[in-house]
Design a protein around this ligand. Structure first.
Ligand code: URA
Length: 244
């Protein structure tokens, strides 16, 4: 990868190393393809047939769990509909609930900086290879940012599954515990799952720390950056045979 002066500067500011091609990453054993979700109050079978406008409408009007009573608005997701990258976070916080867009608070600014260092943005137009679609595991803010409850995760799961099916990303970055729980059906901590390539429905998936955690634990930023570099490397390698 070629680094612009701005990207170099940004990485320097963050105290991160430049990404360069390295030895091929080890794949983890064949993925536990996400096992069938438990029955959800939202009708997963009908959600899996929705197109973008219908899916957005379904999220907007969803009342499948109690969070609809306390949310200001659901937060659907943002980005290019055919982005090569997909970032999956946890749930909207206060700012996201107010503005209707994921990752717009302090954690979002850090996420944007890290993505920019790989020349990626959440812009809805432009070349799909340089675009990211950002979605949350939960579309509605839990009161006082408490942890998502199992029934809320179950209810929201079909929406995220459909978003992934529509975007058809080439790489997924799962940020934090609840994204991992939903996509890999695993309760292992991030530290145990990061550093290797998993699969979600055949799509390579890299696990990394949630940006809000990185703000509290800046020493882990270098590891998160390594994870982004791993994702970039996987993408490049998976694209290589098709390019020949
Ligand atoms: N944290 C998340 O996981 N998602 C957001 O949208 C904001 C903060």
């Amino acid at each position: 990868m070629r680094w612009s002066a701005r990207q170099r500067q940004m990485l320097q500011v963050m105290g991160l190393r430049l990404w360069s091609r390295a030895a091929p990453p080890q794949s983890s054993p064949a993925p536990a393809a996400a096992s069938a979700p438990a029955p959800a109050p939202a009708d997963g079978a009908s959600i899996e047939r929705l197109d973008w406008p219908a899916l957005r409408e379904a999220v907007t009007t969803c009342r499948a769990c109690e969070l609809h009573r306390t949310r200001r608005q659901p937060v659907f997701g943002v980005g290019h509909a055919q982005a090569h990258w997909m970032v999956v976070g946890e749930a909207p916080g206060e700012q996201e609930d107010l503005q209707g867009e994921p990752f717009v608070g302090a954690a979002g600014q850090l996420l944007d900086q890290m993505l920019a260092a790989l020349a990626l943005t959440r812009a809805e137009q432009g070349p799909p290879a340089q675009r990211v679609f950002i979605a949350n595991t939960l579309k509605c803010r839990p009161p006082r940012n408490r942890n998502p409850q199992p029934d809320e995760l179950r209810a929201c799961e079909p929406f995220l599954q459909r978003q992934i099916a529509l975007v058809r990303p080439r790489i997924i970055l799962a940020m934090g515990r609840f994204a991992i729980q939903s996509l890999l059906q695993s309760s292992e901590p991030v530290g145990k799952l990061r550093g290797r390539v998993h699969r979600y429905q055949g799509v390579p998936l890299v696990v990394t720390y949630h940006p809000a955690y990185l703000l509290r634990s800046p020493a882990e930023k270098a590891r998160a950056w390594d994870d982004l570099c791993l994702a970039a490397q996987v993408l490049e390698q998976e694209a290589a045979p098709a390019a020949r």
